[in-house]
Design a protein around this ligand. Structure first.
Ligand code: SF4
Length: 377
């Protein structure tokens, strides 16, 4: 994408990302996608936008240099109006290019244990406290997990994640999982990561010895807002689990969920906490409201808002893999490919835990069409 001026950014978006109408009306430049206006630049508003675009560029230079941008700079990005949307995406894309080139991380997961959880995370269909169809736990057999790993391998995915519902795993489950991790590595040559809830450093060490590469545990939101979403465990428990996994030298995949009633301030606080923790990958989930959960009636985020969140995270975490995970298909619809122009460099492909995703082949085709290179962990 060649940058010439803020208006040309819209041209570039049209050329590369599928915006399907750009028009001028009363001196205003408008860009539409699927009939929806994405941005406008006009007379005096245009001058303001130009000033704002210069500020975005200045902040981007810090991120491009790999420096940490400060809270004031982040607040400036958060305050950017819709007329600068194109520039925000342009620079986020530049930062992604600088640190990741055309490489995109792809992983897939299998729910080793689904549902029946005694915790009360308000967004989660797997809590036994809600009526979302997952009150009793379903545990996959060894054969089912190995078959899913084989399928992942056949799909060209080399990083395989095993996800368990619940606050944590028992000693018996931990032993079983250590055995499965060894078999998956030996038999299929896959790297394995896991998401097993709260763990201790001792448990993390045993998983690492068995060959586990990475550990996922999300913060979900800011410390301030966490208590509104979860009451059965504390934000500090989650931070402790991440630190325990770090002690065992596991790669950390930790992010959160957007669209659960949080504010921009909560989003920024979580990004800064993740930056402080030095996590390797940030999975970004966007609420897919599930009937029967307390957030079942929540209004889903619209695609443009999702892209804005990804772009701001890219500025804050220039060198960290941003992986767009749950809610991608449902919330972004035809605009899924735009995530890369907003700065994402990873996707969770295949099905999610309780909702359908997209076939891995379709995602691979999307990457091919975008001339992006799937990179397995
Ligand atoms: S997010 Fe995890 S801990 Fe919370 S209810 Fe769902 S499965 Fe349980």
């Amino acid at each position: 994408m060649q940058r010439r001026c803020s208006s040309c950014c819209f041209e570039a978006l049209r050329g590369e990302s599928g915006a399907n109408e750009i028009s001028r009306s009363n001196g205003d430049l408008r860009v539409y996608y699927g009939g929806k206006a994405l941005g406008t630049a006009s007379g005096s508003a245009g001058a303001e936008a130009e000033q704002m675009n210069d500020e975005i560029k200045t902040i981007a230079q810090c991120s491009l240099a790999g420096d940490e941008i400060d809270r004031g700079q982040i607040d400036a990005l958060v305050g950017v109006g819709g007329e600068c949307f194109g520039d925000l995406l342009y620079w986020a894309s530049e930062i992604r290019q600088r640190f990741f080139g055309n490489r995109v991380r792809v992983c897939s997961i299998v729910p080793g244990r689904l549902g029946g959880c005694n915790q009360d995370c308000k967004f989660c269909a797997q809590s036994a406290r809600y009526n979302a169809g997952y009150t009793a736990p379903e545990v996959l057999s060894d054969e089912e997990i190995l078959s899913a790993a084989e399928q992942a391998k056949a799909n060209g995915v080399t990083n395989f994640g095993i996800v368990y519902s619940g606050k944590g795993v028992s000693e018996r489950e931990l032993e079983r999982l250590c055995g499965l991790i060894r078999v998956i590595k030996e038999r299929f040559g896959l790297t394995v990561c896991a998401s097993l809830g709260l763990i201790t450093a001792e448990q993390a060490g045993r998983l690492a010895q068995a060959g586990l590469t990475g550990y996922n545990h999300n913060l979900e939101t800011s410390e301030r807002y966490f208590g509104d979403i979860v009451t059965t465990h504390a934000y500090g428990d989650r931070v402790a689990a991440i630190k325990a996994a770090q002690e065992a030298d596991l790669r950390i995949c930790a992010g959160g969920l957007f669209g659960i009633g949080e504010t921009d301030e909560d989003r920024v606080d979580m990004a800064l906490e993740l930056r402080k923790l030095g996590v390797d990958t940030v999975p970004m989930n966007f609420l897919h409201p599930i009937e029967g959960t307390p957030l079942g009636d929540a209004k889903a985020l619209d695609p443009r808002e999702i892209l804005r969140i990804i772009a701001i995270y890219r500025f804050i975490l220039p060198r960290t893999t941003l992986k767009v995970a749950g809610g991608r298909v449902r919330n972004l619809r035809d605009m899924q490919s735009w995530i890369f122009y907003a700065g994402a460099n990873g996707i969770l492909s295949g099905n999610y835990l309780t909702t359908a995703g997209r076939a891995v082949e379709e995602d691979m085709q999307m990457l091919k069409d975008l001339q992006l290179q799937p990179e397995m962990d």
